[in-house]
Write a protein that binds this ligand. Structure first.
Ligand SMILES: *Cc1c(COP(=O)(O)O)cnc(C)c1O
Length: 379
């Protein structure tokens, strides 16, 4: 076998993205403007929602979603213990209390059965995370806890769906990421989705310094001496039109990207099923996976190497891997102040210790996948 160098992830951009940047650069309109508006319109349509609002990244999207949902200091917000750290950080920005819930290791998503004994009279919202592009069972959460605001962390889930219903349209507010590690990218970038016009108006105001222009002002037309009203303390979380132009092009490629990834995920599943120590990802019936990542679980009791040694051996063979993500309850910012032990969330702990993400992206060749399978089979 000839050694190949394979990255864990790489954005797929071409001449169309170069061309898309031409218009904002030539027109000089590079802050949030017509390109962002067009990107939002297409994104809303693709994800079956009334409103889509672009922001600077998914972390700021989560922050604004919590604020627009009315989360106050001291309110409790549920989230899975195995997720990217910013799901929890956004809750901290609101001086609210992150309440971790264990995950199901088969899906890496929040364990619905573990939610119940984390609910208190102060629980206001829940952030189900569609980890690695597989939707969490938002319908079950909605049914069991109709009083909770549901904010989907759909950072990894552009194009994913549950029973044909798009990620971002399942709960009250959806939050997407366009970081280069995700399926489509704008460098950095995020998107908020909602079907609620009042929430959309709040999000719109909060992302733009708190500015609101009354309907009356809009109808009266331009009055250069009039500034907007600033009745709330807002943020500058806007997306640039350069990013909006990229997003428009990337979104058109989303379905093709996912189809290609799904194809290779099926190839991996099929080829790797003969390796007893490697658990491949499951896709429950009715779920459309977005395949942001292909995450396996190593059974160290029967594996030839420990997870970390295996990852090192793969690195030496030119294959880049990563742990799926981290168990946030084990990170210093949360474990210490909240007095949490790793064993408090045993499944999140196991995912933290034994998960391994294999390369799956739109700049890989057939030979790359074949090489990875061959190297894994050689252990
Ligand atoms: C990537 C990611 C985020 C953060 O997205 P940014 O756009 O980088 O802020 C949040 N949650 C999850 C689950 C993610 O994977």
């Amino acid at each position: 076998m000839n050694k190949r160098i394979i990255q864990i992830s790489a954005p797929s951009m071409g001449i169309e993205e170069w061309e898309a940047l031409r218009q904002p650069i030539e027109s000089g309109w590079i802050t949030q403007g017509p390109m962002v508006a067009a990107f939002e319109k297409d994104f809303a349509q693709r994800h079956q929602v009334q409103h889509a609002l672009a922001v600077s990244n998914c972390t700021t999207a989560l922050h604004l979603a919590l604020l627009a949902a009315g989360i106050q200091p001291g309110d409790e917000v549920l989230l899975p213990a195995f997720t990217w750290v910013s799901t929890a950080n956004a809750i901290m920005y609101c001086q609210a209390v992150p309440v971790f819930v264990d995950i199901d290791v088969a899906t890496f998503n929040i364990d619905i059965a573990a939610i119940n004994n984390k609910i208190s009279s102060r629980t206001k919202a829940i952030i189900p995370v569609h980890l690695f592009g597989l939707c969490a069972d938002v319908n079950a959460i909605k049914q069991a806890y109709p009083h909770l605001v549901i904010i989907e962390d759909a950072a990894c889930a552009a194009g994913a769906a549950l029973h044909g219903q798009s990620a971002g349209s399942l709960g009250d507010i959806g939050c997407f990421s366009f970081h280069p590690r995700k399926s489509i990218t704008t460098g950095e970038g995020g998107m908020l989705t909602t079907n609620d016009a009042i929430i959309a108006a709040k999000l719109n105001q909060l992302r733009n310094h708190g500015a609101s222009i009354s309907e009356e002002q809009r109808h009266l037309g331009p009055k250069p001496y009039l500034l907007a009203e600033y009745d709330v303390v807002g943020y500058n979380y806007r997306m640039t039109d350069l990013q909006g132009a990229l997003g428009l092009v990337q979104l058109k490629k989303l379905d093709a990207f996912i189809a290609e990834r799904a194809n290779w995920a099926a190839y991996y599943n099929n080829e790797l099923q003969s390796i007893p120590w490697l658990q491949t990802p499951t896709v429950p019936i009715g779920y459309t996976h977005g395949w942001q990542s292909y995450v396996t679980l190593i059974d160290e009791r029967i594996a030839p190497l420990k997870r970390n040694d295996l990852m090192e051996a793969l690195q030496e063979a030119g294959i880049s891997t990563r742990p799926g993500t981290h168990a946030v309850h084990m990170l210093g910012a949360y474990a210490k102040p909240f007095g949490i032990q790793p064993s408090d969330f045993p499944n999140a702990y196991a995912a933290n210790e034994y998960s391994m993400s294999l390369p799956l992206h739109n700049r890989m060749a057939k030979e790359d996948y074949e090489y990875i399978v061959a190297v894994l089979k050689s252990f």
